[in-house]
Design a protein around this ligand. Structure first.
Ligand code: B12
Ligand code: SF4
Length: 535
């Protein structure tokens, strides 16, 4: 029998997705749980003792490492620096390390200090590794097979290993892969272009387990593109509807999808019926030329305003992803992103710098054009900006001056997360959002929400820069569309994070511009930090 310790390294506390301040309002510690690690746990031999340490919510003690016979570490690119340090820490205590997950899979050479590298999807590579381990192998590298694993073989993740209350949401996964072909995307490299799906019964089984563990509330479908296979997702949503009705709607959902979600009323209706509340959509750019050149074909020739409003009509808030730094973009079209966000009522916009991720078509092209930075995806431990794509990016020679891109990026952030503009968007969205919620929180969750609201009022309701907008929004929405009040309050709460995050990013970008040595542009990029956060 083995003691296996599974470690999920910490993300930078300064990341866009690390909205710990908002988590604190409801007593959680981190937004999302490490689904890859608990899926791996379910694939390990049943007789093993397994301990999970998610360093985003808890400390790792030396005694945990001493307890283990074998240590498994998994993570993605932004975790790289902490991941590599962990390998050394585990080795220093005389234990062996098995590494896996998206970053080791994309660039195994960075993790060559691991004893075992188990790459790709664990459903595919864990068995050969276990076989060798059993036979006494001391080292090994296990590459993914040519055919990606059928998700029917994917077990129910070990949700029981999670401290469920520490997260804002729990992830589950219906499909892997995406049929599209965006040049900058690593999903299609890691998980393929043919969406592979679980069966409706598998999803129901996962929900049963979470339900039996007493979990209630937010479930995030972490699919790369939830609607990659529309026929199959509809079947699953029908099963989900039946299950939810029978269990009195214990959960509500969010996910990530391509914009053509807006074309399918039937699909939108099914998502509304099971209480999907948020959907992240990659909009990327407002320039058709840019979209075409990075092969984001599904976003071409669309009426974005109508598309998004069709989704709002089904009660879902859209979080939009935008990227700055593409070839062929101009300052003028890039700056229009701020207007697009404004016009389309996108409250939570993730605006990032283009990053050539390892193994992508973009990275291959830039490599051929000799434009990639040296050691491009080996993160520098001394660089405070190595957080995520809102702070790190442009890891290549850009087509237009780097500082012009940074100035545009700062311009967008400054406009979009300016307090007045943000709160106005929350209100405008609330006024069109056709909310019909099925999930009703339990009494204890209501108490937590009430406490969170008091904390929120203290932070936003009395702050000179936000008080007016906060109370105005609550009053207007209660009078005009009371069903949306919960959503508007949630979105306003996120401003606590965005305000801080924007300030941090602008500070970093300003310094980066100055380091680039083009003082003129740096001046353009330098905005008063106060401006970014004031109403
Ligand atoms: C949900 C998600 C998030 C969530 C939560 C992540 C979390 N807590 O783990 C949030 C929204 C926070 C997030 C943010 C980001 N993410 Co993200 N995210 C995902 C997403 C969509 C799903 C992750 C997941 O749960 N998958 C399901 C599980 C089952 O799959 P898995 O993790 O790959 O695990 C399997 C294998 O990798 C393997 N495995 C995993 N770990 C281990 C460990 C060992 C030892 C072994 C043997 C095997 C193994 O076995 C598992 C079962 O097959 C993935 C895409 C994807 N399809 O995975 C991107 C992805 C992981 N994210 C990515 C990126 C780049 C980011 C961001 C930097 C994005 C940004 N724009 O800034 C940020 C940074 C995060 C931060 N806080 O700083 C990239 C990573 C690229 C890379 N090469 O490392 C991915 C692959 C896709 C993408 N392009 O966006 N992300
Ligand atoms: S739609 Fe999203 S997941 Fe699909 S290829 Fe494009 S960026 Fe990747």
């Amino acid at each position: 029998m083995k003691n296996a310790l599974l470690i999920h390294p910490e993300f930078s506390p300064l990341g866009f997705w690390n909205y710990k301040d908002v988590c604190k309002l409801v007593g959680a510690k981190y937004p999302a749980a490490p689904l890859g690690m608990i899926t791996l746990a379910a694939l390990l031999p049943r007789e093993w003792n397994i301990r999970l340490v998610d360093m985003n919510i808890t400390e790792l003690y030396d005694s945990d490492i001493d307890w283990a016979d074998l240590v498994f570490i998994g993570g993605m690119l932004p975790q790289q620096v902490r991941f590599l340090k962990l390998i050394d820490r585990v080795h220093a205590r005389g234990k062996k390390v098995v590494s896996g997950g998206p970053d080791p899979t994309s660039q195994p050479e960075v993790y060559k200090g691991s004893d075992y590298l188990v790459l790709g999807e664990a459903e595919d590579t864990i068995q050969p590794f276990l076989y060798d381990l059993h036979s006494g192998a001391q080292r090994g590298v296990y590459f993914p097979s040519e055919n990606k694993p059928d998700l029917i073989t994917s077990p129910v993740p070990r949700f029981d290993l999670l401290s469920l209350d520490d997260y804002l949401m729990i992830g589950i996964q219906f499909s892997r892969g995406c049929p599209y072909n965006c040049e900058f995307c690593d999903i299609i490299e890691l998980y393929g272009r043919v969406p592979r799906t679980k069966t409706p019964q598998q999803i129901v089984n996962e929900l049963d387990v979470l339900y039996d563990l007493g979990y209630r509330g937010h479930i995030d479908f972490v699919d790369d593109n939830f609607i990659g296979h529309k026929g199959k997702v509809k079947q699953t949503l029908r099963a989900l509807r039946k299950w939810s009705q029978a269990h009195n709607y214990p959960f509500f959902f969010s996910t990530e999808a391509s914009i053509n979600l807006a074309d399918d009323q039937d699909l939108l209706g099914l998502m509304r019926d099971v209480d999907f509340r948020y959907v992240f959509i990659g909009i990327e750019s407002v320039s058709e030329e840019v979209l075409r050149s990075n092969r984001k074909m599904q976003n071409l020739n669309r009426k974005l305003y109508d598309d998004l409003h069709r989704i709002y009509n089904h009660g879902m808030v859209v979080n939009g992803g935008y990227i700055v730094g593409f070839d062929n973009e101009t300052s003028q079209t890039t700056r229009l992103i701020a207007e697009s966000i404004e016009h389309n009522k996108i409250c939570m916009a993730m605006v990032g710098l283009l990053y050539a991720l390892p193994g992508t078509q973009l990275t291959r092209r830039l490599g051929q054009e000799k434009r990639l930075s040296e050691h491009t995806n080996r993160l520098d431990p001394g660089n405070r900006a190595n957080v995520d794509q809102t702070t790190t990016g442009l890891n290549f020679a850009t087509q237009r001056p780097r500082n012009e891109i940074i100035a545009d990026f700062v311009y967008i952030l400054k406009r979009v997360y300016n307090g007045k503009k943000y709160f106005d968007r929350c209100l405008r969205l609330g006024l069109v959002l056709k909310v019909s919620r099925e999930h009703r929180p339990s009494f204890s969750k209501k108490l937590i929400s009430a406490r969170a609201l008091i904390r929120l009022i203290k932070q936003l309701g009395f702050s000179p820069s936000t008080a007016y907008y906060f109370w105005r929004n609550i009053l207007v929405i209660l009078l005009v569309r009371p069903s949306a009040v919960g959503e508007v309050v949630n979105l306003m709460a996120m401003h606590i994070h965005f305000r801080k995050q924007t300030k941090y990013i602008i500070e970093l970008m300003t310094r980066s511009s100055q380091n680039n040595g083009e003082h003129e542009m740096a001046a353009a990029a330098t905005v008063s930090l106060g401006d970014a956060i004031q109403a």
